[in-house]
Design a protein around this ligand. Structure first.
Ligand SMILES: [Zn+2]
Length: 248
């Protein structure tokens, strides 16, 4: 790291939990972000600014006008463009390098290959089919997964870590999946709540990459902005989970 890099990251370097070693770990890290909506926008911005060495950005969609109140990677000039291209423009203007764009819905062998190349995956998608597929790919490749979701004025966050098999996986929490019929645009979401959850998702990713312990490798955290109450709930591996059953 040169003097400018040391100055840029000094606030992280001065954190006793992080130090120069933690910041160096971030600079060497490869992170896959699945979904560049309200969550993925905030995660990508914070991880790029934290100096994460390589970000792979996956999203099949284009920017829509109704995305703009919460998807803070984009502005009016990006409406109609692929989200990956718009994200690349914004992040490059902030000095980010090491970006790789995946303008498609990740699934099957392509998803497995992308996960296997990453040190950590952030699931910032908006549907159960993608969350299940990303969870399965992470479990099979033993790659840590930071999973977040947000709807209306609530959010949740968890870390599925290969070193905590007793806490189970995303599928253990939601064996039946859920209703994907309505998107955020239809059910509503408060923009800053998406931003708050995204910022904490980025913080969890940084903690895992830098080796800072987090209770979310064992717990699910849920947050309700109406009451400003957050709650941690202990997760347990579901003995009937078809995925975890295959693990030793
Ligand atoms: Zn499981």
């Amino acid at each position: 790291m040169d003097d400018a890099e040391l100055l840029r990251h000094s606030a992280h370097i001065f954190l006793p939990e992080m130090g120069i070693e933690g910041v160096l770990r971030l600079t060497r890290a490869r992170v896959l972000i699945v979904g560049l909506g309200g969550l993925g926008s905030g995660v990508a911005l914070y991880l790029a600014r934290a100096g994460v060495g390589a970000l792979a950005l996956a999203d099949p969609d284009t920017v829509g006008l109704s995305n703009l109140p919460r998807q803070i990677l984009y502005g009016d000039r990006h409406v109609g463009l692929p989200k990956t291209d718009a994200a690349h423009e914004t992040l490059t203007a902030l000095g980010a390098t090491g970006l790789r764009l995946i303008p498609e819905r990740l699934q099957g062998a392509v998803l497995a290959a992308e996960v296997a190349q990453a040190d950590l995956v952030c699931d910032a998608s908006d549907n159960f089919a993608t969350r299940f597929a990303v969870n399965e790919a992470c479990i099979r490749a033993a790659i840590p997964l930071v999973s977040a979701a947000v709807i209306r004025m609530t959010g949740q966050l968890l870390v599925v870590h290969p070193k905590e098999p007793a806490a189970g996986c995303y599928r253990c929490l939601y064996p039946e999946g859920g209703d994907d019929a309505e998107s955020c645009s239809e059910r509503g979401v408060l923009g800053p709540v998406a931003g708050a959850i995204a910022a904490l998702q980025a913080a969890e990713a940084i903690k895992v990459l830098a080796g800072i312990p987090t209770p979310l490798t064992q717990d699910l955290w849920v947050f309700d902005d109406k009451t400003l109450e957050g709650r941690r709930i202990r997760r347990r591996r579901d003995p009937d989970c078809p995925l975890c059953k295959t693990l030793p």
